[in-house]
Design a binder for this molecule. Structure first.
Ligand SMILES: Cc1cc2nc3c(=O)[nH]c(=O)nc-3n(C[C@H](O)[C@H](O)[C@H](O)COP(=O)(O)OP(=O)(O)OC[C@H]3O[C@@H](n4cnc5c(N)ncnc54)[C@H](O)[C@@H]3O)c2cc1C
Ligand code: FES
Length: 260
């Protein structure tokens, strides 16, 4: 099962940063996109700062980077949750209100509604919280959200999903252990939606397969174009390779042998 996609307008849009907030190690960047189409939950955008994005003495980051749309406000503002892991995220995290960026999107296929009246259970790891925010907004109180973080500092990100239950690796906030330990108790009658680092997604996939529970996984891979042209983002499925940017980033767990 895969969702339809909201198609991005041709070309990239030059948009203004409307706000910036820090939450522990995460930066929430709000971007004014009043004329862009409403993204489906789970879709993403390719972002690049309008200034200082390669081409100077330091050529990096040069290519745009992929980010899940985390929230859409009524006035068209789009929120992104960023973690600084390299030159692209560092540059984007340094933007503030009034700065501009290039956005291409919304791109890809997002989440599909739960099958057969199943209960939506959302499981996020670290910055994987991002696509679950907009999906939780769409599902409303029907959704149960479980979030795993490294420690209490990272768990401050859980404030973005009021009512979420938290687990931390070091026990400094919430349940001491992995988010999959919280998930086990929620599997009965559930459809699971997950986003996070590959080992977490593989654990979710294996757990759901073992209990015969359907799951949709928002995956990541290195993306150079974001719209199907470069084949840089391919991932193996049971039916062969797919381009994650157009066939995903949300894939049905049953399509995957494992998450690498
Ligand atoms: C569909 C999609 C949605 C994403 N959503 C978010 C989001 O909401 N918030 C967020 O902070 N990040 C998100 N990412 C990841 C983000 O695109 C990368 O962190 C970013 O490209 C890193 O760029 P960089 O120049 O900062 O670092 P780089 O120098 O490019 O990479 C830094 C480190 O991260 C690793 N890395 C880079 N890109 C990826 C990737 N796509 N998957 C796994 N490891 C990677 C590299 O191997 C390296 O170890 C998403 C990626 C995809 C494909
Ligand atoms: S990122 Fe270029 S084909 Fe997917």
């Amino acid at each position: 099962m895969s969702a339809d996609r909201t198609l991005a307008p041709f070309g990239r849009r030059r948009l203004a940063v409307a706000g910036r907030e820090t939450l522990g190690p995460y930066v929430v960047l709000s971007v004014a996109d009043p004329h862009g189409p409403a993204p489906d939950p789970g879709q993403f955008a390719m972002l690049a700062a309008a200034e200082r994005w390669g081409g100077g003495a330091d050529e990096r980051p040069f290519l745009p980077r992929a980010f899940s749309v985390a929230r859409r406000h009524d006035d068209g503002r789009l929120d992104f949750v960023l973690e600084d892991v390299g030159p692209g995220t560092e540059r984007l995290c340094a933007l503030s209100a009034g700065d501009e960026l290039w956005l291409t999107g919304p791109l890809g296929r997002g989440f599909s509604p739960p099958r057969d009246g199943r209960r939506p259970v959302l499981a996020g790891g670290g910055v994987g919280i991002a696509p679950l925010m907009i999906w939780g907004d769409a599902l409303g109180p029907a959704a149960t959200t479980l979030l795993g973080f490294r420690d209490a500092a990272h768990a401050t990100g859980a404030a973005l999903v009021p009512g979420a239950r938290v687990a931390t690796d070091d026990g400094s906030a919430g349940h001491h252990g992995l988010v999959t330990e919280l998930l086990v108790a929620e599997l009965e009658g559930a459809e699971v939606y997950a986003c996070g680092p590959p080992p977490m997604l593989e654990a979710v996939r294996a757990l759901c397969a073992e209990h015969d529970v359907p799951a949709q996984l928002a995956l990541e891979s290195g993306m150079a174009c974001g719209f199907g042209a470069c084949f840089g983002c391919v991932v193996p499925t049971r039916d062969g390779y797919v381009r994650l940017c157009v066939d995903g980033p949300v894939l049905d767990a049953a399509e995957l042998e494992h998450v690498a």
